[in-house]
Design a protein around this ligand. Structure first.
Ligand SMILES: Cc1cc2nc3c(=O)[nH]c(=O)nc-3n(C[C@H](O)[C@H](O)[C@H](O)COP(=O)(O)OP(=O)(O)OC[C@H]3O[C@@H](n4cnc5c(N)ncnc54)[C@H](O)[C@@H]3O)c2cc1C
Length: 297
């Protein structure tokens, strides 16, 4: 196995163009497991660790740009206000050691349906910035996951950053596992309220071949909130709305039985997480807006 160590982003892109089968290594917390267990023996490893720009982030007015190799720890510590869903998801990844090494670029590169960043990125709304010697393109997060552990990257492309919409409302993320740390999700759910567009977005992890959104649940909730004037009057979400939202989220799942859990359990747990997160985020929305909402129930 040859080890390519580009000193700059340009050198990395040139190396990927010359050796399209080269496997990038960032934190190494996914790829080294595969190599150590002999599940994969790439001809070339392309080490991205000398490239400082991959570890930079920038908070813009509407969007935050997170470099592909920004470790989860930095997201938790520095981006909690602007990207609360992604910060919560980062917090659930593995252990402090893994969170100091691993980042969103590696999670996207791996594209496991169980990756924790995916539901948060889907719910917040994100685009993946990818580049090759041919140029740059932005891939909407909804189009990024193309199959089980497959993504939309071409063989000569690298992930440079992910652009995530800054939160304008409450966001939540939760994950079911057999314990609180060092656990791959049995299933996961993320929810983001977008008051500026009066919409909600969701993300489901580990309950379908790829990370997905619960689109029917979103559409139902968007209509129910609009019809009931909820965004303006700040009423409490009715139990029937929360229940139906949970049921539709559950219905979006297309899970399998595996060592971590059964399909039936995953569907059930996603429905519960969706219902609870709706109540939590809505209560937070009502709380932060309560002072300006006349006659809030
Ligand atoms: C003990 C343990 C526990 C874990 N627990 C969790 C968990 O709870 N939740 C979770 O989501 N994950 C977990 N993981 C998996 C892993 O930590 C994450 O997927 C992490 O985000 C990977 O990031 P990395 O930088 O280490 O990726 P790497 O291992 O360096 O790379 C992962 C994949 O992405 C590709 N890649 C990396 N960077 C780029 C780039 N810039 N452009 C294109 N491709 C790229 C690599 O080629 C490889 O295919 C765990 C891993 C271990 C070892």
């Amino acid at each position: 196995m040859d080890f390519l160590r580009p000193a700059s982003w340009e050198e990395a892109l040139a190396a990927k163009a010359e050796y399209p089968t080269a496997v990038p290594i960032a934190g190494g917390t996914d790829i080294m497991v595969e190599i150590n267990f002999d599940h994969r023996r790439p001809e070339y490893l392309l080490d991205l660790n000398r490239i400082a720009l991959l570890r930079e982030w920038e908070v813009g007015e509407e969007v935050t740009r997170v470099g592909a190799s920004v470790p989860y720890t930095h997201i938790m510590e520095n981006l909690r206000e602007t990207l609360p869903g992604l910060a919560l998801a980062s917090h659930t990844v593995a252990s402090p050691q893994i969170r100091n090494r691993g980042g969103v670029g590696g999670n996207l590169g791996c594209a496991s349906p169980a990756g924790d960043s995916h539901p948060a990125l889907l719910a917040a709304g994100a685009e993946v910035e990818v580049e090759s010697v041919r140029g740059t393109r932005m891939i909407p997060i909804d189009e990024f996951y193309t199959g089980v552990k497959r993504n939309a990257l071409a063989a000569d492309e690298l992930i440079k950053a992910v652009h995530v919409k800054n939160a304008t409302g409450p966001q939540q993320y939760s994950k079911v596992g057999t314990r609180n740390a060092m656990v791959i999700a049995v299933c996961a759910f993320g929810l983001a309220l977008h008051p500026e567009t009066r919409t909600v977005r969701t993300g489901i992890g580990s309950a379908a071949p790829t990370p997905i959104r619960a689109k029917a649940a979103e559409e139902f909730l968007n209509a129910a909130l609009e019809e009931g004037g909820f965004w303006d009057n700040g009423k409490v979400i009715t139990p029937s709305i929360a229940k139906q939202f949970g049921e539709l989220a559950s219905g979006a799942c297309n899970p399998i039985d595996d060592v971590r859990g059964t399909a039936k359990y995953r569907r059930h747990a996603v429905g519960i997480m969706a219902r609870r997160q709706l109540v939590w985020t809505w209560e937070q929305y009502r709380g932060t807006n309560g002072r300006t909402l006349e006659g809030a129930a």
